[in-house]
Design a protein. Structure first.
Length: 113
């Protein structure tokens, strides 16, 4: 399984980023997918998920600011992040929502105040 996340970077508070994650080695189209993040000293948390039928769910901390989407033809899941806050600073990973596979390297998102 390969999970290649990209699109992170350094942005000022209030800015936007769009993360992408190309997935291979699993049956992407039949998997609910999620974006997770892990801040320094904290546990990894699920921030957004999308089902095979494109039903989405969000953590309260990102609701109204983040949007998850998927393109089954490209085996890719996206996370549009608007209104970024310093507390969104973390390494972001994508993975299956249920029974996650081994984790990829993730992509670093840093939000300055």
């Amino acid at each position: 399984v390969q999970l290649q996340a990209s699109g992170g970077g350094l942005v000022q508070a209030g800015g936007s980023l769009r993360l992408s994650c190309v997935v291979s080695g699993i049956a992407f189209s039949i998997k609910s997918m999620g974006w997770y993040r892990q801040a320094p000293g904290k546990q990894r948390e699920l921030v957004a998920s999308i089902s095979t039928g494109a039903v989405t769910n969000y953590a309260d901390s990102v609701k109204g600011r983040f949007t998850i989407s998927r393109d089954n033809a490209k085996s890719t899941v996206y996370l549009q992040m608007n209104g970024l806050k310093p507390e969104d600073t973390a390494v972001y990973y994508c993975n299956a929502k249920y029974a996650p596979a081994s984790w990829g390297q993730g992509t670093q998102v840093t939000v300055s105040s």
